[in-house]
Design a binder for this molecule. Structure first.
Ligand code: S3P
Length: 434
């Protein structure tokens, strides 16, 4: 099992304002998909602004183990020469590190290949539910062994047949695993989802040359399709931007510009929620690249922050942003209530429990629910010691909350930020005015 190192401490001092202009590393979700599809495509794909996070690099390493050639160039671009649809039997387990996306999406991609693959991950990934992947892939004909529903996962691959599948929980990773398997199965695979989850796989598959049909909340893909390499720029990561957008929200004279940001509508619900709370957002120059919207936004904050109710489909669409919204909720007037977000309990950590624990450690009141939490507004946080629990989004969420606390905050396990956003602390310190 791979391990996650822990224990670096970042001390975050209160700030007076949050101002500046940034361009963010490429979107983690899109980078995973580009890495995997380039790995199975024919030819050499070239990516600019590929994510610098450890997770998508786990996907690249798995592609290498499966026979693709990955080159990381000095100018930051990455090229992947694919296997033209022919993964080899890896000679060691595929190490997915901390990345649920790698393990889940990859299992669908490798399922149709006639080899035995073992997928492993770190302590956190080994606790995450994998039955949601086993079930549809088993219906397609793949035999998958799990240990009590968890990794290590062994995929006994072979020819798969198409299925029709209704996803019981909203999950873009599960949808992607089925689409990636369906691409190579016999027949036409269709998937319907009750909540429209992020659609990067659909755009990426089309960019690599596949045909895919979409009809409101269901999509279908014909098997036996071959992919061709692409050149692409990965848009900046909206879920990384979330930390800086929330920081900007906290200061009435903030002014933040984010260039080349991914604005895919299935990822942009955060902008609506933040503008409802009091962030003024000006989008500029939006364009389409391989089906993904990319643009510049300029934001500043209003003096009075209201609050938000997040539930139903919105909770699924904002799942990665909920920790930072909860962490800044005490500074709003009306607080933030989150429900229908039980999935937070099975992310890189139990994000409901850990968010509540850290809010309390900073002096806030919070009421925890099985599927969410109530964080009252109008509270003053004193700072204190918080713990990332090796979870990148928790480390970054509380580093942002610390900017408006009365005293310093020690973020323990801050190195976890590198899972999705290694530049986070450098950029945070360059934007926070003290
Ligand atoms: C992701 C989907 C979401 C999200 C994760 C990335 C993706 O997970 O939380 O960070 O890239 O498809 P689920 O599919 O488990 O909801």
């Amino acid at each position: 099992m791979s391990q996650t190192a822990q224990n670096s401490v970042q001390t975050i001092l209160p700030a007076k304002s949050f101002r500046g202009s940034v361009r963010l590393p490429g979107d983690k979700s899109i980078s995973h998909r580009y890495a995997m599809l380039a790995g199975i495509a024919e030819g050499t794909s070239r990516f600019t602004n590929f994510s610098t996070g450890a997770d998508p690099h786990s996907s690249l390493a798995c592609m290498e183990a499966l026979g693709a050639k990955v080159e990381k160039h000095a100018d930051g671009t990455i090229s992947v020469t694919g296997t033209a649809g022919d993964f080899r039997q890896p000679n060691q387990p595929l190490d997915c590190g901390n990345s649920g996306s790698t393990m889940r999406m990859l299992s669908g991609l490798i399922g149709p290949h006639p080899h035995t693959f073992t997928l492993i991950g770190d302590d956190s990934l080994t606790l995450r539910p994998m039955e949601r992947i086993r079930k549809p892939l088993a219906q397609m004909g793949a035999r998958i062994d799990l240990v009590d529903g968890h990794a290590p996962m062994t995929v006994h691959g072979g020819p798969l047949k198409a299925i029709s599948f209704d996803t019981p929980i909203p999950s873009a990773q599960v949808k992607t695993a089925i689409l990636f398997a369906g691409l190579q199965a016999e027949g036409r695979t269709s998937i319907s989802e009750s909540v429209r989850t992020r659609d990067h796989s659909e755009h990426a598959l089309r960019a690599f040359g596949a045909t895919l049909e979409r009809d409101s909340n269901s999509m279908s893909i014909e098997g036996g399709q071959k992919l061709k390499a692409i050149d692409a720029t990965v848009p900046g990561d909206m879920s990384s931007a979330a930390f800086f957008l929330c920081a900007a929200l906290l200061f009435p004279d903030s002014n933040l510009v984010i260039d080349d940001l991914g604005m895919n509508p299935t990822r942009a619900a955060l902008l609506d929620v933040l503008s409802g709370i009091g962030l003024r957002i000006k989008p500029l120059n939006i364009e389409d690249q391989h089906g993904e919207m990319i643009g510049t936004i300029q934001v500043n904050s209003s003096a009075q922050l209201s609050g938000a109710e997040i539930n139903g489909a919105l909770s699924a669409q904002l799942i990665d942003e909920l920790p930072v919204l909860a962490a800044i909720a005490p500074y709003t007037r009306d607080g933030i209530r989150i429900r229908d977000a039980k999935e937070l309990r099975v992310k890189e950590s139990d994000r409901i429990a850990l968010t509540a624990q850290n809010l309390r450690a900073m002096g806030a009141e919070v009421v925890e629910h099985e599927d969410g939490m109530d964080v009252p507004g109008g509270q003053t946080l004193r700072g204190g010691k918080v713990d990332s629990g090796t979870d990148h989004r928790i480390a970054m969420a509380f580093s942002v909350a610390a900017l408006r606390a009365q005293g310093p905050t020690e973020v323990h396990g801050a190195e976890a930020a590198a899972i999705s956003f290694p530049e986070f602390y450098t950029l945070l310190n360059s934007l926070a005015e003290r």
